[in-house]
Design a protein around this ligand. Structure first.
Ligand SMILES: NC(=O)N[C@@H](CC(=O)O)C(=O)O
Ligand SMILES: [Zn+2]
Ligand SMILES: [Zn+2]
Length: 344
């Protein structure tokens, strides 16, 4: 059993940095581990234009502590009215790398999202033509569908019809949580990939209810039953280049998580690589970690692999109970628990 793991410097293909003072406090956690990250655009108001993405990118780079190297890969938030020309501007910019679908009402700050994907087909056609990846929060919002089934139903109602009309569109099924999604991604004829979070590899839905309701384990799509967790681990360690690392680290103030109507999102930027290493180690598949963390993402996005390496050691430490974030605090995932890997 190896106690030291050195891999090519990885990237995070799904990250929420927020803005302002919150961003200033969470960004160094990510930049310490990852060379680049796909920056989610669900701000208030959302990042819907290339111009807004440029301004957000500048704010991120200004907030980066001196001496840290990090490249934000920007994303546009798709609305019912995103014009096809906006995709051309995004492509020409060189810094917008994807466009994100938030079904309206599906998750945090999705109110401005898409109500009917059919309204976006002209825009999606241009994305297909320009090889612009389409990132998808894959849950239906139909209140008649059980919360735990919303991802699987999304495949039937949205993904399969989309694939019929856009066979060449690059699609990333974000933060997959089910066997159905893993199977779909593995077998789809089109250029399809998926991000998998550390928390969905490590935990099943029991974690939310252990000894009482534990809001820091609540995210969307919500954790699923153990058979699904096992299917996600199998996909991550399968060697398929369709699966890659995306933390979905989603900081919310402690008081808004520990609340009568708590926000969805797990904060993992602090210890992302260590959490993933733990999951791969438990699966006996540390040898598969580098491709998942450092190779498959850049290959899908047509970007070069990073130079340099990071090293993790088998060393037990305790995850802090909370961290400063703006004028409040954030509780990292598994706060107070021991973790067996540590970044050197
Ligand atoms: N994953 C989450 O539970 N929350 C994310 C939004 C998202 O990725 O769906 C957030 O922005 O807080
Ligand atoms: Zn999402
Ligand atoms: Zn997210």
């Amino acid at each position: 059993m190896s106690d030291v793991l050195t891999i090519t410097r990885p990237d995070d293909w799904h990250l929420h940095l927020r803005d302002g003072a919150t961003m200033a406090d969470v960004l160094p956690h990510t930049a310490r581990q990852f060379a680049r990250a796909i920056i989610m655009p669900n701000l208030r108001p959302p990042v819907t234009t290339t111009e807004q993405a440029a301004a957000y990118r500048d704010r991120i780079l200004k907030a980066l502590p001196a001496g840290m190297q990090f490249e934000p890969l920007m994303v546009l938030y798709l609305t019912n009215n995103t014009p096809p020309d906006e995709i051309r501007r995004a492509k020409d910019s060189g810094f917008v790398h994807a466009v994100k679908l938030y079904p309206a009402g599906a998750t945090t700050n999705s109110d401005a999202g898409v109500t009917d994907l059919g309204k976006c087909y002209k825009t999606l056609e241009v994305m297909q033509e320009l090889n612009m990846p389409f990132l998808v929060h894959g849950e239906v919002t139909d209140p008649a569908i059980d919360l735990f089934d919303r991802e699987a139903v999304f495949i039937d109602r949205i993904m399969l019809p989309l694939r019929k009309v856009m066979p060449e569109l690059k699609v990333v099924f974000e933060h997959i949580t089910t066997k159905e999604a893993a199977d779909f991604v593995m077998s789809d004829a089109g250029p399809t990939a998926a991000t998998i979070t550390a928390h969905h590899l490590l935990f099943n839905r029991n974690e939310i209810f252990k000894g009482g309701i534990r809001p820091h384990y609540y995210c969307l799509p919500v954790l699923k039953r153990e058979t699904h967790r096992q299917a996600l681990v199998a996909a991550a360690i399968s060697g398929s280049d369709r699966f890659f690392l995306g933390t979905d680290s989603a900081p919310h103030a402690k008081g808004l998580k520990e609340h009568a109507c708590g926000c969805a999102g797990c904060y993992t930027a602090l210890h992302a690589l260590e959490l993933y290493a733990q999951a791969f180690d438990q699966a006996g598949a540390l040898d598969k970690f580098e491709a998942f963390a450092s190779f498959n993402g850049p290959a899908f996005y047509d970007l070069p692999r990073n130079a340099g390496t990071v090293t993790l050691r088998r060393e037990s430490w305790t995850i802090p109970s909370e961290l400063p974030m703006g004028d409040t605090t954030v509780v990292p995932l598994s706060a107070g628990e021991q973790i067996n890997w540590k970044m050197a």
